[in-house]
Write a protein that binds this ligand. Structure first.
Ligand code: UT7
Length: 308
């Protein structure tokens, strides 16, 4: 069966860095509190830079890494919930900038699960035979949706973009990602023109119960055991959530790479940024068994099993 294999990865974060110490000047908080409760030390802030501009930079790096020309792309999917442009969609803006004129272009709004959602769609296009080369991007600038007077939310978020290129390949694989779940929830919302609202404890509990559950489901579908997985690449929302998931799965924390200390929660970008770091640091090996899992506003959560 034809399946999409990761052919290349790329990522981009804006230059401006706000450390926890910078936030101490904005709200009543401390570096110690933020580190202890979240694992975050700093976040990158987009400023004038748009979500599409960040997405383009990540996309160019992924294409270069994959050795694929933009005109070979059949499909561009962008997971984003913070694009400045309502239309054209971000994927069309990326298409125009990189010259991928054969590619169909769609955005998916699924908040922090945005990358998992575009990953599933990209694989479905490839398996159906409708696409051979697919560019998947997660890009967000939640710093624009955060209220920088609200210490309960603003300390969490940062901006960035990550991208992967999937290429159709004949594979003997059990790869699957049929576990995206959607249920309307009120613990994390954002109305147009307002700041995001969050019940942090409720989101925390939701993640701790749903993420291990959906990972178990996708592993059962792939006929894999937790012990057989080389790395669990989770949405970077809170280091304590990642620890909690590891504990519930009875898996060693070392199998859960993280970069939340440097970037905070970059929403749909967090998983592809981590995949890019995994790839470029030489940790990615062909045949490696990887689980991805995203969760957040919607409420939406999901997991995917893939072989590198
Ligand atoms: O992609 C999904 C996005 N969202 C999430 O992942 C959110 C998940 N939830 C969380 O990460 C955590 O719930 C938070 C980091 C948001 C909050 O941590 P917590 O351990 O759940 O703290 P809390 O809300 O229960 O607040 C504990 C105390 C409170 O003070 P009192 O009432 O005990 O006196 C808060 O007012 O900490 C206070 N607090 C802070 N103190 C210093 C809340 N935010 C801060 C802060 N600095 N930034």
């Amino acid at each position: 069966m034809k399946n999409g294999r990761i052919a290349g990865t790329g990522s981009y974060v804006p230059e401006t860095i706000w450390k926890n110490e910078d936030l101490e000047k904005m709200v009543e908080t401390s570096d110690a509190w933020i580190r202890e409760r979240t694992g975050i030390g700093a976040r990158h802030i987009a400023g004038e830079e748009t979500v599409a501009q960040m997405a383009v930079k990540a996309a160019r790096r992924a294409l270069e890494n994959a050795g694929i020309c933009s005109t070979e792309l059949d499909l561009i999917l962008v997971g984003t919930s913070s694009s400045e442009s309502i239309f054209p969609n971000t994927a069309c803006l990326v298409q125009d900038e990189i010259g991928a004129f054969r590619a169909a272009c769609l955005d998916v709004s699924a908040a922090c699960t945005g990358f998992l959602a575009v990953y599933e769609l990209g694989q479905l296009y490839i398996r159906s035979g409708k696409a051979k080369n697919v560019l998947l991007i997660g890009a967000d600038a939640l710093s624009r949706l955060a209220d920088w007077h609200d210490r309960g939310t603003c300390i969490l978020f940062g901006d960035g973009a990550g991208a992967i290129v999937l290429t159709a390949e004949e594979q003997e694989t059990k790869a699957c990602e049929r576990s995206i779940r959607w249920r309307k929830g009120v613990s994390l919302t954002c109305e147009k023109g307002t700041y995001l609202q969050m019940d942090g404890r409720a989101v925390f509990q939701f993640a701790l119960s749903r993420v291990p559950e959906v990972i178990r489901e996708v592993l059962a579908e792939a006929d894999m055991a937790v012990e057989e997985i080389d790395a669990f690449i989770l949405h970077q929302a809170n280091s304590r959530i990642i620890d909690g998931v590891a504990k519930r799965l009875k898996a060693p924390k070392e199998k859960f790479p993280r970069n939340i200390e440097a970037y905070g929660n970059t929403c749909a970008a967090s998983i592809p940024i981590l995949l890019d770091e995994w790839n470029r640091s030489g940790r990615a090996q062909k045949g490696q068994r990887i689980v991805l899992s995203g969760f957040g506003a919607g409420l939406i959560w999901g997991a995917a099993y893939l072989e590198w």
